[in-house]
Design a protein around this ligand. Structure first.
Ligand code: HDD
Length: 681
């Protein structure tokens, strides 16, 4: 099996430095005597300028930071591989990583939030970046997508406006990593093209349980191009094999304090454990002849193609199987660009995509300090690189050629373009699209409908998803100070759906204006997370609440079933070390229920008197989590005063063991029908 992954690995290995058994040196390789005391004139005297080790060490420290990304500053990355399934796509594309099932293409994926700075919390309401660099034999291909299939704006020229509006406000730099503030909603009310994406942003998609449990989308319509030069429009989708699952809002707010690294830690730990995250690549293919068959424009990035109209064809699998060794060198220095495409893939005229093609290259120049950033190990292609581009900051290559121009005779015309060599195999050739038009600053009327797909999204939601969307609008607009902005947003919502607008308006104490558009009633089941697979408990984290009174024997049958199905159990007890016949992983008071997916109560009474334990269980209940009590654990359940309802398991039933019932309750993910203290999960 051809494995380009080995090639990328070998390439990266050349740059890895182990410090094991080494001696301290300066950057010039001179061995250092002492790095704790600067050179001074006498023990109590001034420091001497000639202390080159001191100056170098401080100079390097002073220059450690590079500018963070303007957007998507906070992220986490991992290496992996992509392999296309049997059933070649050669009919549609010459991209060999999409055609040859024997090829294992190495990848690096970086997930991110959009609005926050590098140090912000992971679990904020935001879109998530899902950027994949494929190191293909034909060059690097970057699919720079998000976990939502549409975008806020239609034209890249609006990107600075949108980003400025969502970022902290300019006068006081508040709030960090939040969309709940005046400037964003002011932008939204004036740019109704953002409404469809705002529906996604107010939905649970914006608070994923895990990067491993979220979908990814290329967003734009791209083009596949085959050997005959025929184009086919394509939308790219990533589908997680673990299903698409989210946190609940109240939980999100608490995780931010308990573990601001929640999502990146989850990714890291899963890979370390060998539970490799996987996504299937799905394509929606549209023949060029069908370009105008839809009631929206394929070039409009605020629209999706409903899967019921163009089904997804699952074509391959992405697996992430290795963590980076150095965050800065790999995850921070990786540079994506939508213009990094390979033969067989091409752009469409989507004005958002066209603008991105400029922005990504441009931003790396300032972020990574010059034009040689493609030579940084994480960015290097496995495909050979030969050209006459030269010099610039941090040039790593020592080009031996006597020429750096083309054509030349001195170097035999090399490196030679295909037009001169006549060797066209594997050469990138732009899709020959006929273009004809006047130079105008104008959008096509086919981009004008900003409500229909927002309505489609709303209509496709289950009742609990709708509840969460309404609550999100109320929360966000509740943080907006200017009443006129709230009123304008509600006036837009009424065009999406009257009931949605009415429920949001009620929370804000506003009147609902009359709608000029009636709900079209169409829906797309594929858009609802309620229809996502919920049949596995693999990698779910289960808190086992135990004490010295807990008997391991009582617990074992349930724990074995959970761990046998890939769940991760952690024992929480009043103290670390040995508790009864168990080993505690963590002190209960140092843990929080929001960091777990389910709770197993295994204590015979001592914990029932602990306010922390009772709060732990009640909070897990409030967040819709499965709770199971083995034998005496029931006392804690009773102390928490929880009703006997879905997902709360205290005994076997006819035909089903406690463990089986608990597994099913965890696999459901969350029991959204519960209501505690008046707050529905
Ligand atoms: Fe962007 C980063 C995704 C529109 C300009 N973008 C960035 C990243 C992702 C996206 C995932 C982080 C990549 C990484 O991990 O390093 N961006 C999107 C999607 C968009 C989109 C899915 C719409 C469909 N972006 C967009 C527009 C522009 C930019 C319209 C500018 C005109 N994006 C950038 C950027 C960033 C970036 C400023 C910041 C850091 C970087 O590129 O490398 O150039």
């Amino acid at each position: 099996m051809a494995n380009e992954g080995d090639e990328k690995q070998r390439q990266l290995d050349q740059y890895r430095i182990s410090l094991e058994n080494t001696r301290l040196t300066t950057d010039q390789g001179v061995r250092v005597d002492d790095t704790d005391n600067s050179l001074r004139a006498g023990e109590r005297g001034p420091t001497l300028l000639e202390d080159f080790h001191f100056r170098e060490k401080i100079m390097r420290f002073d220059h450690e930071r590079i500018p963070e990304r303007v957007v998507h500053a906070r992220g986490a990355g991992a290496y992996g591989r992509f392999q296309v399934y049997d059933g070649s796509l050669a009919e549609h594309t010459v991209a060999d990583f999409l055609c040859d099932p024997s090829l294992v293409t190495p990848v690096f994926v970086r997930f991110s939030t959009v609005a926050g700075s590098r140090g912000s919390a992971d679990t904020v309401r935001d879109a998530r970046g899902f950027a994949t660099k494929f190191y293909t034999r034909q060059g690097n291909y970057d699919l720079v997508g998000n976990n939502m299939p549409v975008f806020f704006i239609q034209d890249a020229v609006k990107f600075p406006d949108f980003v400025h509006s969502v970022k902290p406000e300019p006068h006081n730099e508040i709030p960090q990593a939040q969309s709940a503030h005046d400037t964003l909603w002011d932008f939204v009310q004036l740019q109704p093209e953002s409404l469809h994406m705002m529906m996604w942003l107010m939905s649970d998609r914006a608070i994923p349980r895990s990067f491993r449990m979220m979908q990814g989308f290329g967003v734009h319509t791209f083009r596949l191009v085959n050997a005959q030069g025929r184009g086919t429009f394509v939308k790219f989708h990533w589908r997680p094999t673990l299903g698409t699952h989210s946190l609940v809002w109240d939980e999100v707010l608490r995780i931010q304090g308990n573990d601001p690294d929640f999502n990146r830690r989850d990714l890291w730990e899963a890979i370390e454990r060998g539970a490799y995250p996987e996504w299937e690549l799905g394509l929606q293919l549209v023949p060029e002849a069908d370009e105008h068959k839809f009631d929206f424009d394929l070039l409009d990035a605020t629209k999706l193609i409903p899967e019921e109209e163009v089904p997804l064809r699952m074509v391959g699998k992405l697996t992430l199987d290795r963590n980076p060794e150095n965050f800065f060198a790999e995850t921070e220095q990786v540079a994506f660009c939508t213009a990094n495409i390979v033969p067989g893939i091409d752009f469409s005229n989507d004005p958002l995509l066209q603008g991105r093609n400029f922005s990504y290259l441009d931003t790396q120049l300032i972020r990574l300090g010059g034009p040689n950033f493609p030579q940084i190990p994480i960015n290097r292609p496995v495909a050979p690189v030969h050209n006459d581009q030269r010099d610039g900051y941090h040039q790593h290559m020592i080009h031996q050629s006597h020429t750096s121009y083309s054509p030349n005779s001195i170097s035999g015309g090399c490196p030679m373009p295909a037009i001169m060599s006549g060797q066209w195999d594997g050469v990138f050739q732009h899709y020959q699209e006929r273009v004809d038009g006047k130079k105008i600053r104008k959008r096509s009327p086919s981009f004008a409908d900003h409500y229909s797909q927002a309505t489609l999204f709303w209509n496709s939601m289950s009742s609990w998803e709708k509840r969460h969307i309404v609550a999100a609008f109320r929360f966000e607009l509740g943080h907006v100070e200017r009443r006129a902005i709230k009123e304008k947003v509600v006036a837009h919502l009424v065009q999406i759906d009257r009931e949605l607008a009415a429920q949001v308006a009620e929370g804000l104490g506003l009147r609902v204006p009359a709608a000029s558009v009636a709900n079209h009633g169409k829906y797309s089941p594929a858009l609802s997370q309620a229809n996502s697979p919920s049949d596995s408990i693999a990698t779910r984290k289960i808190a086992i609440l135990a004490s010295d009174a807990t008997e391991a024997g009582q617990l074992a049958p349930v724990r074995e079933v959970l761990e046998g199905q890939g769940a991760i159990c952690e024992v929480l007890a009043p103290h670390e070390g040995t508790v009864g016949t168990l080993t505690a992983d963590r002190q209960l008071t140092a843990a929080s229920s929001v960091l777990y997916d389910a709770v197993l109560l295994a204590d015979g009474g001592a914990l029932a008197a602990s306010a922390h334990a009772v709060h732990f269980v009640r909070e897990a209940f409030k967040h819709g989590k499965a709770i199971c009590a083995v034998k005496d654990g029931r006392t804690l359940l009773d102390a928490a005063g929880l009703p006997s309802t879905e997902g709360v398991i205290g005994s076997d039933t006819a035909g089903e063991t406690l463990a089986q019932r608990f597994v099913q309750a965890i696999a459901v993910h969350r029991h959204y029908g519960r209501d505690i203290d008046g707050v529905v999960a």
